[in-house]
Design a protein around this ligand. Sequence first.
Ligand SMILES: Cc1cc2nc3c(=O)[nH]c(=O)nc-3n(C[C@H](O)[C@H](O)[C@H](O)COP(=O)(O)OP(=O)(O)OC[C@H]3O[C@@H](n4cnc5c(N)ncnc54)[C@H](O)[C@@H]3O)c2cc1C
Length: 437
Amino acid sequence: MIPASSRFVVVGAGMHGLSTAYHLAVELRQRGQGSGADVIVLEKSTPGAGATGIACGVVRNNYFQPAMSELMQACVEVWESDPEAYHYNPVGYIALGPQVQESDLESVFERHQRIGYDSELILGEAEVDAHMKGLFPDWRAKGVTVCLHEHQGGFAFNMEAVAGLRDKCLSEGVAIHTHTEVTGFELAADDTVTAVQTDQGRIEVGDQVVIAPGPWAQKFWAMLGLPAKIDIHTPSGDVVRDQPMWTYWNLQEGEITVDPLMFATADGSAPPVIHIDTDAPLHTDEGKLLTDELWGIYFKRDRHGVQGGASPLTVDGDVELDPYPSTTNVDDEFPDMWCAALSHSMSRFEGCRGLYKQARSGGVGSFTADNFPVFDYLKPNLYAILDSNHGYKMIGVGREVSRILLGDSAPLLTPFRFERFATGDLHPVSHSPYPWS
Ligand SMILES: Cc1cc2nc3c(=O)[nH]c(=O)nc-3n(C[C@H](O)[C@H](O)[C@H](O)COP(=O)(O)OP(=O)(O)OC[C@H]3O[C@@H](n4cnc5c(N)ncnc54)[C@H](O)[C@@H]3O)c2cc1C
């Protein structure tokens, strides 16, 4: 049974909704301003039913954008605060790239040093090769001239982390109402949200609402009467008119079923998550050329083998999100390409194409007009966490948001205000082919 009213209403039980509800409950208790009983979470399905429950779970700080990097450092702090509850594996993260990415990764590394994030930069093809062979003696990737090795970061198991956050919410007295779909908002004359409408009834809002709808962002955007197209003011003063505020990308991911322990470092340790981009020609194990243009994959050790993905595909037009992760999955070339790329990287993966499995991984993400998150008030008392699909790793955003809800400032979130599209305070763009780097 949903309550007739609640002081704080959080919509969505994914990474951001659960993290916000938990951190808000803690802040209320610690400040003597209330408790978790003042917070409810509304979830149309069950916790983790959205993008959080399908995420590869990679936690990294390879961000060219200063604001993303600083925010990520705060997020890694939260992951590291309770690795057991969050099922966080602090194995580190390695980004490898060709010459064109050297300057980007150098900038990222310099910022890591400034903000105290533990990473190491290796430059030069022979040096990178030696670093990687030290970890994986069968390393054989070509065309890689830069390596950023993050000694922090790693990955977390997606649904296990959700369970950890859910339990933290419950232990603070937060009520999570599952199978409760938000269908609309009632607004006062000053645009304040007075009630949340759901398919189980209406809930009066005592104080504030937080929406964290993941890929359903576009639906909530329309529900709030916000424009489907916007003008984007660039830092140089140009205006790009009528750009779609939201687009969908299909994240292609898969796995090979192998003994997970076959993917270990030379000393038997758990391997870091690896992301490689290179322009070396990519062939199948049988010698067929797949591409001689820039390609990239990421991969990590998983419970049942090795899991990862490649560049996402843009999706034209609208997407049916229910049931999530939607019907779109990988294109026909993905399994050949991803397995060939694994084999290109390490000889232990030679012949792995036959072990490829289209597991429950991959899915659709919702991206903003500049592919970076919008964290902002969209109504006087409605705060939106719309992460542009960056955000499994962003477990700390909820902590920042909880402070904003209680009247503090959260400078880490300031660069993500919606008004950046009107003021031209956009984030710099890197040479990476991915919309999330
Ligand atoms: C295939 C894939 C792999 C990814 N891998 C990574 C990764 O490795 N690292 C990383 O950092 N990020 C990754 N991401 C991105 C990351 O998963 C998302 O950015 C993040 O999980 C979004 O969290 P969220 O809480 O905003 O949304 P979600 O987890 O989607 O949660 C939103 C919740 O809202 C609920 N909901 C929706 N509409 C309503 C409604 N009307 N009423 C009530 N409830 C509603 C949904 O059921 C859902 O549970 C990946 C994404 C995908 C798709």
